[in-house]
Ligand binder design. Structure first.
Ligand code: PLP
Length: 388
């Protein structure tokens, strides 16, 4: 049997009948949109992520748009983010009319470099064309960004901080989740993420009740929410009192039912992923560059990404041996045509550009069999030994 890159079927079998029952319950209930599982999931996500509020939404991309909309970020505004990330991190800025400003990454962790951030903010201020408004830090490959340092830069310049934890939901730094430092933490439940559903889904976490209320309103076309109606009367369904320009950013009830089941084993899966990562590090660390996690950090290992010369030849050789790999990311966002006109940090993004040519991700999931993993390790070692 070929080795899967991510094994969703092993997880589905483990969850068994209760998962199927939960799905069938929604099907039979008829509450397909905003059913009771949504609020139940939101409470469970807030508890897991150590936040006061969580909002379920339709995708990780919508989760990033909602705070930008809530803060009124738009034309003339700058939002700083890494270029070494999935496109959605940067895409939401043009979607609201704002400009991404691309910042370099730390060579050891692949996450936002606070010094590059600092110099990018200063450069934008000096130039005076755009107004710095926010920073989106990404928990790339599952590990927390350097939040204490990033939050210091954000606070110094009066910027909002978003943690794009699409790959890192569940990660911690010194035992704290990103929302400890960030104004908003977002995640994605795309099936391949560490906590995925059976379609698209996302969530926005925050500690500010008023901000959460704005997300609730914006999720459904800017509808009036409780805090909007205090001291006022509206005789009809507040759904039809539209106070803002919003979206349809709802999560399907079915996905919430799936996620509630998956959350019951998520902590255990994170521990299992960490064991897989340790085995890779032991098996490969003497030959290739293996991931380094920030001091005090716990990664949820969305990817296990190594670095070496001849990455593409390794991919081809592993493919011939039935071992799938993937490259995250071959083209940094600032090098993609549609994003090439946006500003980058002073001095450019040399670390980002060097990484794009060297990284390769190996199969990673909680159910990776040790024998299969040893086969992957042996295949990588054989390649490196004959190619150096
Ligand atoms: C997957 C991902 C997103 C977008 O999530 P979707 O649910 O696919 O919209 C955003 N940011 C990062 C870093 C991601 O990996």
């Amino acid at each position: 049997m070929p080795i899967p890159f991510i094994d969703l079927q092993a997880q589905r079998k483990r969850l068994g009948q209760p998962l199927e029952d939960a799905i069938l319950k929604v099907v039979r209930s008829g509450a397909y949109v905003m059913g009771p599982e949504i609020a139940e999931l939101e409470a469970a996500l807030a508890a897991f992520g150590q936040a006061r509020h969580a909002l379920a939404c339709g995708s990780g991309t919508e989760a990033l748009i909602l705070p930008l909309m809530a803060w009124g970020i738009g034309p003339g505004d700058a939002v700083f983010c890494p270029s070494f990330t999935f496109a959605a991190t940067a895409e939401v800025m043009p979607l609201v009319g704002a400009s991404p400003v691309f910042v370099d990454i730390d060579p050891a962790t692949y996450n936002l470099d606070p010094e590059s951030l600092q110099s990018a903010v200063e450069a934008v201020k000096r130039e005076g064309r755009l107004t710095p408004r926010a920073v989106i830090a990404v928990d790339l490959f599952g590990q927390p960004a350097d939040y204490p340092a990033i939050a210091r830069v954000a606070a110094k310049h009066g910027l909002k901080l978003i943690a794009d934890s699409a790959q890192g939901f569940g990660c911690t730094l010194d035992g704290r989740h990103p929302i400890h430092w960030a104004d908003v933490a977002t995640t994605s439940f795309f099936p391949a993420k560490p906590l995925g559903c059976y379609g698209d889904g996302g969530a926005v976490l925050c500690n500010d009740a008023r901000l959460h209320d704005l997300f609730v309103s914006l999720r459904v076309h800017g509808q009036a929410v409780k805090s909007d109606l205090e001291g006022k009367s509206f005789e009809h369904d507040p759904k039809y009192l539209n106070l803002r320009v919003g979206l349809n950013a709802r999560m399907d009830t079915l996905q919430a039912a799936v996620l509630l089941q998956k959350l019951t084993i998520f902590a255990d899966e994170i521990a299992a992923r960490d064991r897989v990562a340790e085995r890779y590090a032991r098996g490969l660390g003497d030959l290739v560059s293996v991931p380094q996690v920030i001091e005090g950090g716990l990664s949820v290992w969305a990817q296990y990404t190594i670095e070496l010369d001849g990455r593409d030849a390794l991919a081809a050789q592993l493919r011939d041996q039935g071992v799938p790999t993937a490259v995250y990311y071959p083209i940094p966002i600032h090098r993609q045509g549609v994003y090439s006109g946006y500003p980058v940090a002073p001095g450019g993004l040399p670390v980002t550009e060097a990484k794009a040519g060297r990284v390769i991700s190996l199969p990673m999931h909680a159910y990776l069999d040790p024998d299969d993993q040893d086969q992957i390790i042996a295949a990588v070692r054989a390649f490196v030994k004959t190619n150096r």
